[in-house]
Design a protein around this ligand. Structure first.
Ligand SMILES: [Zn+2]
Length: 369
């Protein structure tokens, strides 16, 4: 029988192996890249465990990220094999309209049954709509792609278009081809952005969620950007926030982690010297460390990672701030968003009609009697 298990906040891969009475050399035999991936397992990740008749573990599927998971399988000789494989998921196109009745995130969760989506919608509109001022009767429409792994919502949801109508004013957000969101005029509504945390010679490794390495014959992920830079280069906070970690962090070597508003965190790794401490409040551009070559690193560089709600995202999408689209990109976007606006309009109309035809509690009550 397959058991669904939850990855706890204090769990490490070693404690996980110990708990399940599995050989610890599964951990010690990992190479440095796979070991780094293991550090990315999110708290509350649901993984699957299949047992033999004698109660020993036969197979485990443990998601490392949205795209990769670890598969551990018992072999005929009783030993275990460990492989990093792509997560297999289905993508479903979904949409819904709601009229707010409760706290917005609760209403969205009730309608979508998807916790991640409820957070993502709020974050998408966080600088546009004051959620505290949303009133009963305000509307919302969301078009999105939902990833399903083993029949359950999994990972990041892709919101394609969304609208919130507050006090009769409609606020739109549409996903463009460049991976960013714009309003109906093709303007970016984000007010601030992350800065590049250091001067650098070149980018030695870009962000990737899943890449097949043709020589190593393995799947790889790189959840950040590597900036090649000589040891001792000034590392600056990419955005204002609070330092929540400054110390040794496994393969990352010396690292600083800063918590920002909006569920964002940044990590600066392989450092040589700290110029800040845990608990310090830092401003955008403030010196926090000197770059180095500590941890699993093949040359002096800064590894810069950005996560939102514990999920790694591509910093490149958040670093360069664009005010809006122009030229042919804008024309294509305007066509695309126009189609979605029509769809949203239709959804709102049919939703309001449905709400009007909805029997009142008293009517339902009298029907039951
Ligand atoms: Zn890196």
């Amino acid at each position: 029988m397959v058991e669904d298990r939850v990855w706890g906040s204090g769990d490490t891969f070693l404690s996980f192996l110990e708990k399940n009475k599995m050989p610890l050399d599964l951990y010690y035999k990992l190479d440095s890249e796979d070991e780094k991936l293991l550090m990315d397992i999110r708290m509350a990740t649901v993984y699957q465990l299949l047992r033999d008749k004698d109660g020993s573990v036969d197979q485990i599927l443990l998601p490392l990220s949205d795209e990769l998971e670890i598969q551990i399988v018992k072999q005929n000789d009783g030993n275990y094999s460990l492989k990093v494989i792509p997560v297999i998921y289905e993508i479903k196109k979904r949409s819904f309209a709601i009229t707010f009745e409760d706290i917005p995130s609760k209403d969205i969760l009730k309608k979508s049954e998807n916790f991640d989506l409820s957070i993502e919608v709020e974050q998408l509109f966080r600088k546009i709509v004051d959620f505290k001022k949303i009133q009963k009767g305000d509307h919302m429409v969301v078009f999105y792609e939902e990833k399903m792994r083993l029949g359950k919502p999994f990972g990041e949801q892709k919101i394609e278009a969304a609208m919130i109508e507050q006090h009769g004013k409609k606020h739109y957000q549409f996903l463009a081809l460049d991976g960013r969101y714009y309003n109906e005029k093709g303007k970016s509504t984000g007010k601030s952005s992350f800065i590049v945390p250091c001067n650098y010679k070149r980018i030695s490794s870009k962000f990737t969620n899943k890449r097949w390495h043709p020589i190593l014959h393995r799947y790889r992920a790189h959840h950040g950007i590597d900036y090649a830079t000589p040891t001792g280069t000034h590392i600056k906070a990419a955005y204002s926030g609070k330092v929540i970690f400054a110390g040794k962090k496994g393969g990352y070597g010396n690292a600083v982690v800063i918590k920002h508003s909006g569920g964002y965190r940044t990590i600066y790794a392989h450092l040589s010297k700290f110029k800040t401490h845990v608990g310090a409040k830092v401003k955008t551009g403030q010196l926090i460390a000197l770059s180095g070559n500590t941890g699993r690193s093949t040359g002096p560089h800064l590894h810069f990672g950005l996560s939102q709600n514990g999920r790694w995202i591509n910093p490149a999408l958040k670093i360069v701030f664009t005010k809006g689209l122009s030229g042919s990109k804008r024309r294509a976007f305007m066509q695309y968003s126009k189609i979605y606006r029509q769809k949203i309009e239709n959804m709102v109309k049919s939703h309001i009609k449905k709400m009007k035809n909805r029997p009142s509690l008293e009517e339902v009550d009298s029907l039951i009697k």
